[in-house]
Each structure stands twice: as C-alpha cells, then as structure tokens.
Write a protein that binds this ligand. Structure first.
Ligand code: GAP
Length: 439
C-alpha cells in the first residue's frame, strides 16, 4: 500500500463504506442533502469506538480530567463573548462570470476562477459567519435568537465555575467533552472530512500560566502518540506547528496533528495554547469570577487553557483509510480493513459451517454468549470463504467457525484477520482467547 492513498483508492474506500453499511449519503431517497451523511450499522460502531477510545485515554485513564455534556443550543451572549460572532468568518467571493461562490483564502490564484477560468471576475470579499442561527420558541424576535454551537469548547469555559464549585478538581485539570458541532461551511467536501454537522472530541486543560508551555508540549506529544497507538502508521502522521499568520484569534501557539489524506497532509486535530483568553472574555461578559482561588497561598489566579481539539468523524475517516489494504491471496484480491482492535466495529464473527440446525443452533448460542462481552456478528449465509472475505472487509479481527467436528470435539476454528492463520481451540476457551487479545 502506498504511503499516500491515490484518488482511485479514495474512491474505492468511499465505495466500500457505502457497500458495507459504514456511511450513507443523508436523505438519499430524496436525492441526498448537501454534504451530510448518515452512519450505517457498521459506521455507528466505528464512530462509537473512536469516541470510546478517546474517552478512555482522555478521561477514564486519568485522575485529572472530568467529563461534561453541554447543550448544543446556546444564547448569543456566549458567542459574543467568545469572539465567534465577530471573528468566526470566512472571506467569500463570487465569480461574476459563472456565479460560483468561493473562499478567497483557499484560491490557488486570487485572480483566476478555478471553476470557469475567468480572470479578474471576483467580487470584493464579504465576511460570512459560519454559525447556524435559529430561534428558541415560537416567536421570531430578537431575544429568541439561538445558535447551534460551532465547537464544544465554549461549554467547558462557561461551566468552569460549576465544575470547580461542585467537584474536587484543582489545577492542573481538564474538562472533556464529545459531541456534535455545526458550521455552515462554504466548501464542505472530501467525503466526511469537512461537513456542516460533525462530531468533536475536545479537552480544555486548565493550568497555571507558568506551566502552560510545558503542558502544551505534553499534549502535542500525547495526542500525536494516540493516533499511532490506534493504528495510524508513523509515515502517514505528522505534527505541524502553525505559522503566526495561521493562528486563530484566541491562540498564542497551535500545532496540528495531520494525516496524509489522498489530497495531501490535512488536519485531524489542533492542539492550542489559548492562554486566558476564554476565561477572561466570559468573566468580563458575565460578571462571574472565573479564577482559581489557592487557599494555601491565599491568591487568585486565572488559569491558561491548553486545548487538544479533535474531530471524531474525521478521525474515523482517517482510521478507515489507514486500515484499508488490498493484497493478493491465491490469485484473488483480498480487501481487508486492518483496524486496531479497539477501533474495529465487530470484534468477532461466529460462522457455522452449514445452516443446518445441528450447527446453527450451538453456533448461535456461542454468539449469544460472546455478545455479553464483545460486539459479535453472526453469519450463516454463503460459502465460508466468502464469509471470511466479508468479515475482512468489515475489519473483524477474529472469525470463529463452528463445523461438524465441533459437535464431537467441542472445539472451534479461530481465524486471525491479518495473518489468516487458523487455530483450533476448545469452545470453553473462546471468551478467554478473545479477552486476552482485546485488553
Ligand atoms: N475548539 C477549537 C476548535 O474547534 P477546530 O480546529 O476548528 O478547533 C477541531 O476544530 C477539530 O474539529 C478539527 O481538527 C477537525 O478534526 C474537526 N472539524 C472542524 N471542522 C470540521 C468540519 N467542518 N467537518 C468535520 N470535522 C471538523
């Protein structure tokens, strides 16, 4: 497999995601709806595993991070204070020749329309705010305006006081959140890479200002390592520090974890040093003291924030692309998704050699038993070879085959997805065999 997935390979992967039930175009029976997607039976498991793996690393395994689930609808005051109403904009130009609407900052040549080739045809840039505006309640009036959050981060800042008042956290500590965010992107595209509705996984880590730089470096390394640990090869991943002209309005330093997508290096996650920008803005706008009171020293100080901000949907896409492999097996092409075990949608599939009740009965019982511990598929259709290929395309790490000998020897064959090696083990050992490999 080349280090850079080619455009043809990209098309094959997108095709597989539809064919195997990972991702469907949204509202497809009505012709689809503008770069929105639905996650099918396999996709929902993949996405859930991405989020669970992130939550496990960022919350469960740490004593210094707590979780939050804030609301998506929020009043203008939040976005006024955060700077999003003024700054969360893209510069937009129209081509007067073909009427295309484009992002000025993404044009390869600022004078030439990439759609129709016209020169000097662009209007003056207008600033287009990316937030979705709606209204809360039945009356359209000024006080009813609400926004769908464009990032989960602000939920953590506006709950900073609630969290320090109601839990035993003390800096350095973090608040983590996973959830949907919405941006009226001018140029969504590249499959689920950039969509208007997507999921984020964000941590706001509150530290003493003197520790901010060390903490920023720590989180850059942690987050880079997380992708390696979950199956992205080192030659398809890099950490890139932003130049000063790329920094967001709140950030004094940012590094992106980037994946080598078919179109080149692009962002999976940003790690930013947000300083005390957010707490200061919300303290001034709300009148609340958003500070830490150090009782031992009798001093108050405002923490700096280090923010690793990742996209769940984008990460799922990168894991899919990194997992995709084609290889020749006995003169045929085998397509296999070599997902990391934690990320694989199904962990195991139980396959009775025949649909006959004497095999299907005990095989279903085994599947029912394994379901208590693992996401387990059951498939009794087609030849065993085709069923193995299907599970390979779903990325299932182990297939358990129940055959006629199983009736006599109470053993099953376990096939490893990656090596395709098979071993015979006692049925009573299957759960322990899988548990050992998944922990
Ligand atoms: N709180 C900071 C923040 O939201 P961001 O870089 O704008 O930073 C963080 O977003 C991550 O969210 C990105 O690295 C990306 O993975 C994901 N993301 C942002 N916009 C997205 C979109 N339109 N579609 C899919 N994922 C998106």
């Amino acid at each position: 497999m080349p280090a850079v997935a080619s455009p043809e390979l990209f098309d094959k992967i997108v095709n597989l995601t539809k064919r195997r039930g990972f991702v469907y175009p949204s509202a497809e029976i009505y012709g689809g709806f503008r770069s929105t997607y639905d996650y099918g039976p396999l996709g929902v498991l993949l996405l859930r595993n991405v989020k669970d793996a992130w939550w496990r690393s960022m919350v469960q395994l740490r004593s210094d991070v707590v979780g939050l689930d804030a609301s998506i609808l929020s009043p203008p005051a939040v976005w006024e204070a955060s700077g999003h109403l003024a700054n969360f904009t893209d510069p937009l130009v129209d081509c007067t020749s073909c009427n295309s609407r484009l992002r000025e900052d993404k044009l390869a040549d600022p004078d030439v329309c990439p759609v129709c080739g016209a020169e000097g045809s662009f209007t003056e840039a207008r600033h287009f705010n990316l937030m979705f505006k709606t209204q809360a309640g039945p009356v359209e009036e000024e006080g009813a305006v609400a926004y769908l959050r464009p990032e989960t981060a602000q939920g953590m800042f506006i709950n900073f006081k609630n969290v320090i008042d109601t839990t035993r956290v003390r800096p350095p500590f973090g608040i983590a959140q996973i959830g949907k965010s919405f941006r009226n992107e001018i140029t969504p595209g590249q499959f689920v890479f950039r969509t208007r509705e997507f999921e984020q996984m964000e941590l706001e880590y509150f530290v003493h200002p003197d520790e901010a730089q060390d903490s920023y470096e720590y989180w850059c390394n942690e987050r880079y390592q997380w992708y390696l640990d979950h199956g992205i090869p080192a030659d398809e991943l890099r950490l890139r520090a932003h130049d000063s002209d790329e920094l967001s309005h709140y950030s004094s330093a940012t590094s992106d974890v980037e994946y080598l997508f078919p179109w080149g290096w692009d962002e999976l996650e940003g790690v930013a040093n947000r300083g005390d920008y957010d707490l200061t803005q919300h303290a001034e706008a709300s009148g609340e003291k958003l500070e830490w009171f150090d009782q031992a020293e009798n001093v108050r100080w405002r923490p700096y924030v280090i923010e690793p901000a990742a996209g769940a949907t984008r990460t799922a896409m990168a894991f899919l692309m990194a997992a995709y492999h084609e290889e020749e097996v006995r003169g045929e092409t085998r397509v296999v998704l070599r997902f990391h075990h934690r990320i694989a949608p199904y962990k195991v599939a139980v396959l009775p050699l025949s649909k006959k009740p004497e095999l299907a009965g005990p095989a279903s019982e085994l599947a029912a038993d394994l379901r208590g511990s693992f996401m387990c598929d059951y498939d009794a259709t087609q030849s065993i070879g085709r069923r193995y290929r299907r599970q390979d395309e779903l990325g299932t790490p182990y297939c358990v085959t129940y055959d006629f000998d199983s009736l006599e020897d109470h053993a099953v064959t376990i096939r490893d997805r990656d090596s395709m090696e098979q071993e015979r083990i006692d049925i009573s050992q299957v759960r322990a065999y899988l548990t050992e490999r998944f922990t």
